[in-house]
Design a protein around this ligand. Structure first.
Ligand SMILES: Cc1ncc(COP(=O)(O)O)c(C=O)c1O
Length: 359
């Protein structure tokens, strides 16, 4: 099947670019003695998780129990649930997952830890600490020490270390390097907190995609959970974390109307792209590879509004365009399948098996 036969809108993955992205981070982590436990929320496809494991990943990361259930298909040596697991039924399902592989959960509350402990299954736990993203995670210092004191006494839980999310550091440029230095100082303090409680963190888990290749500069860190790096996206390019040629996934769309002067309507709106914002100036919802000057300025559910005045070109109804979305992870989540291509030939069609796993 040729790429021109794919029905649009569709997610298309260039296999050569994806493989290069996978190998690049696998090599980097190996060289710097870092464990890679990739976040599978980006691709949600067990075959790709398997490839990450083949390339040396130490395990997989998920956010949802439903994702953990699906990712068992990749036969990982362990799954990290890097999200608070709250709710009796979810914990029962996670205990079932733990019959097949080692399960570790990041916790930031005594309540979450007690509920896991009560399930009667052994779970690994990471103490989740807030290093500046102000999302989940206890504060370093007394709150962390208090959490550690209380959760490490609980039966069935095995303390593995700590985790954090550096979602406030989204630049691979000078400002990012500076922020990572501040993060290193904070992690050193946190490791001192852990030591003060007589504990040792075997795992210190953090990282993301924008700063992935700077991870070795974060003192104390020994594991990264990058997810987006497999495909990359418009925001990763803006962060300095990759170049356009490293974007493996794009949305293939068709021009369905040119009724308004200076504008085309493409057949992908918020139902195909998600509404995630651009981190850079000017906003917009994606980068058109065939027309970089075009401004993808607005979306309805099924309509993408593209201002083409600056392109100096016209696009007929039926023209097909490739768009790099702002954020690839929620975009993939909106599609049943992903088409993989090599030199414009479709090689495989993958089911996005963990899409929509909200619970
Ligand atoms: C907790 C957590 N860890 C790791 C990641 C991976 O970050 P990235 O997609 O930038 O690689 C995310 C992304 O949202 C996350 O929420």
């Amino acid at each position: 099947m040729h790429i021109s036969e794919i029905e649009t809108p569709a997610v298309v993955v260039d296999l050569d670019v994806m493989e290069r992205n996978l190998c690049r981070l696998a090599d980097y982590t190996r060289r710097h003695n870092l464990r890679l436990r990739p976040h599978t929320k980006t691709h949600k496809i067990p075959a790709l998780a398997e490839r990450q494991l083949e390339l040396g990943a130490a395990g997989l990361t998920v956010a949802k129990v439903g994702e953990a259930e699906v990712m068992l298909k990749a036969r990982p040596p362990g799954i990290l649930v890097e999200y608070p697991v709250i709710g009796r039924e979810k914990i029962e399902r996670l205990a079932e997952v733990a019959r097949h592989t080692r399960v570790t959960v990041a916790v930031d509350s005594v309540e979450a830890a007690e509920a896991l402990s009560a399930a009667g299954t052994e779970f690994g736990i990471l103490a989740e600490v807030d290093v500046g993203a102000a999302r989940v995670g206890v504060q370093p210092g007394a709150p962390l020490r208090d959490l550690l004191r209380r959760i490490t006494r609980l039966p069935n839980l095995y303390f593995e270390g700590l985790s954090f999310f550096q979602g406030h550091i989204l630049s691979a440029q000078a400002d990012g390097v500076l922020a990572l230095e501040r993060l290193s100082v904070l992690i050193e303090q946190i490791l001192a907190d852990i030591k003060q409680e007589g504990l040792q963190a075997q795992v210190v888990s953090g990282g993301n995609t924008p700063t992935a290749f700077l991870s070795h500069q974060i003192r104390g860190l020994n594991e990264i959970r990058s997810g987006t790096y497999i495909f990359n996206d418009r925001n990763t390019v803006f962060s300095g974390g990759c170049a356009w040629e490293d974007c493996a996934a794009s949305l293939l769309v068709t021009v369905v109307s040119r009724a308004v002067n200076g504008q085309v309507i493409i057949d992908g709106g918020s139902k195909a792209f998600s509404s995630d914002a651009y981190w850079g100036p000017g906003g917009g919802f994606g980068h058109l590879l065939e027309a970089p000057q075009a401004v993808f300025r607005k979306m309805n559910e099924e309509h993408g509004f593209v201002d083409i005045r600056e392109t100096g070109r016209s696009f007929p109804v039926g023209a097909r365009l490739r768009v790099i979305p702002n954020h690839i992870c929620p975009a993939v989540n909106l599609h049943d399948r992903v088409y993989t291509v090599r030199q414009d030939q479709v090689e495989q069609v993958w089911e996005v098996a963990a899409r929509g796993k909200l619970q």
